[in-house]
Design a protein around this ligand. Structure first.
Ligand SMILES: Cc1cc2nc3c(=O)[nH]c(=O)nc-3n(C[C@H](O)[C@H](O)[C@H](O)COP(=O)(O)OP(=O)(O)OC[C@H]3O[C@@H](n4cnc5c(N)ncnc54)[C@H](O)[C@@H]3O)c2cc1C
Length: 503
């Protein structure tokens, strides 16, 4: 029996469903349409609710797996920056194989393969040049700057060389077999031999020469590139019908435009600019520039031109400070050695100078709660720059913390960054920085001391080394950092505000 309990609404009468016996609730007989409709609405609502909850759970699952994948993608793979890069390389090679066979109708005809390989090599050459651009649009559109793309530039380069050689060898063997010697002596084929040689030498320079002599590698690489572009243009000189010349012109245009941008910056930054050169102990050199570099930020890097030291060379160095623009340079055997010699002979001298850059994409450290900066020796140019930049951008409400860990071989190396250490220590937000400096060698203050005192102990300095605790120790004199007597382990000079506050 259906019992009316209340007046109906617009949707229909409100009913209480009761069993005919009056005991409990049940359903008897066919349901009226409005009840069926209401059920449908409830079902739809509960399905959507379930879907929403599932979506919420899915978001958590996806975030978890993105983190897992991110972690595994950023894991080191020998020879590559990360597993992510390794995957990119695998995809790139797969694409190359797939597009080498794509649409080939007659697999048995060698010239079809040869021709396709020529096309693939040309396409890859465009990619090689694109990945070599210092002023790459990818630096704006992705978190990768040119130096991070260099590994891919090399892989694309080797692929181009392999495809080009395969293209040439298959054609030559085919025409030689067919007895068509006149074909392999045509002008467009002879320039192709030069093109292949230039490609090969360029790749070998990158593979071998770069390790021994960077400047020679650079000159060979650039000269080979010019030969490659000219001979590719001569090898396929017509836009119609094969259109390879379009790719050649694109390659040339990309390279020339990048060079023009760099040259323009050099000219602009040379105007009214000079560099003051200071020697630092143990082979270091400090350069301070008169003119600021537009868009410079500590942690980025720029190319330096000092014509009085080396007229035809520019070298990359990390910006330690941008007001004034300052670089700290370690000594190797070329430009840096000549620079250091000059600094020692004329400390504080001013030189005509120019800069080019800045380059480098670095994640914004301010978007992290805790930033751990670890560096060894002159590598601290990057970490001091980042720490200074973070401190400058902090305010009273900033909650970020910095763990600054720096390992140096000698006390002498501390003075390379005296001013920067002091800046961190005396900064209004210094309490947010835990500064730890590790000394890994004996505290000899000069090479003369060391040489005149061969008994001074284990040169590696690790065994039995105790920290100088005198108030006039070189570290204190240089940095003003008092050495805590409760230093946790030999070789660590430590300033940890959180720990200090707790003790
Ligand atoms: C992005 C970046 C930032 C750098 N920041 C600093 C820094 O802040 N402080 C510092 O002391 N060093 C830094 N370096 C290293 C510095 O560029 C080289 O030590 C310097 O160019 C060596 O010059 P050289 O003629 O004395 O070298 P060489 O004695 O001829 O070679 C020493 C080493 O430097 C490499 N090298 C030489 N010339 C170049 C070049 N033009 N480009 C890249 N590598 C080169 C060589 O391959 C070799 O491994 C940085 C390098 C890069 C790539």
């Amino acid at each position: 029996m259906f019992e009316r309990l209340a007046p109906g609404t617009a949707e229909g009468p409100l009913l209480s469903i009761r069993s005919a016996t009056g005991h409990g609730w049940g359903e008897h007989g066919p349901k009226p349409q409005w009840l069926l409709d209401r059920q449908k609405i409830h079902e739809a609502a509960i399905k959507r609710y379930a879907a929403s909850l599932s979506a919420l759970i899915a978001v958590f699952i996806i975030i978890h797996w993105i983190r897992v994948l991110r972690r595994s993608f950023t894991r080191d793979i020998p020879g590559l920056t990360s597993a992510g890069h390794a995957m990119l390389v695998v995809v790139y090679v797969t694409f190359n194989i797939a597009f080498t066979v794509y649409g080939i109708e007659d697999y048995s005809r060698p010239t079809t393969w040869s021709s396709r390989l020529g096309w693939m090599a040309t396409g890859n050459m465009v990619l090689v040049v694109f990945l070599a651009l210092k002023n790459t649009p990818l630096a704006l559109l992705t978190p990768y700057s040119y130096e991070q793309l260099n590994g891919l530039h090399q892989i694309a380069g080797y692929t181009t060389v392999i495809q080009s050689i395969a293209h040439g060898v298959i054609y030559v063997v085919y025409f030689a077999h067919a007895g068509r010697w006149e074909t392999i002596h045509e002008d467009i084929v002879i320039v192709a031999y030069v093109l292949l040689a230039a490609l090969f030498v360029s790749a070998m320079a990158g593979l071998i020469l770069k390790r021994f002599n960077y400047e020679s590698f650079y000159i060979v690489h650039v000269l080979c590139f010019i030969v490659i572009v000219i001979t590719l243009g001569l090898h396929r000189p017509k836009i119609d019908p094969d259109k390879v010349l379009i790719a050649t012109l694109l390659i040339a245009a990309l390279w020339v435009s990048d060079r023009l941008i760099r040259f323009g910056r050099h000219v602009y930054n040379a105007v009214n600019n000079s560099a003051t050169i200071y020697p630092l102990p143990d082979g270091g050199t400090r350069i301070a520039f008169k003119k600021p570099l537009p868009r410079a930020r500590p942690g980025k890097h720029c190319y330096v031109w000092l014509p009085q030291i080396r007229a035809f060379e520019t070298h990359p160095f990390t910006i330690v400070s941008d007001e004034p623009l300052e670089l700290i340079i370690n000594t190797y055997s070329g430009f840096t050695r000549d620079l250091h010699k000059f600094a020692v002979s004329k400390p504080g001298a001013m030189l005509k100078a120019s800069l080019e850059g800045p380059y480098g994409t670095i994640p914004d450290p301010m978007s992290y709660d805790k930033v751990v900066l670890v560096a060894g020796g002159a590598g601290a140019t990057f970490t001091f720059g980042l720490a200074a930049d973070m401190l400058r951008r902090m305010n009273e409400t900033s909650t970020q913390r910095i763990d600054f860990i720096w390992a140096v071989r000698k006390h002498d190396n501390l003075s390379w960054f005296t001013q920067h250490l002091n800046n961190i220590r005396t900064h209004v937000h210094a309490s947010k920085v835990a500064l730890k400096v590790h000394l890994t060698s004996m505290p000899v203050s000069s090479s003369t001391d060391r040489d005149s005192n061969p008994q001074s102990g284990d040169r590696s300095g690790k065994a039995g080394y105790s920290l100088p605790t005198s108030p006039t120790s070189p570290f204190e004199k240089e940095t003003g950092c008092p050495l805590s007597p409760s230093i946790p382990s030999p070789g660590i000079l430590r300033e940890d505000p959180e720990k200090d506050a707790n003790t």
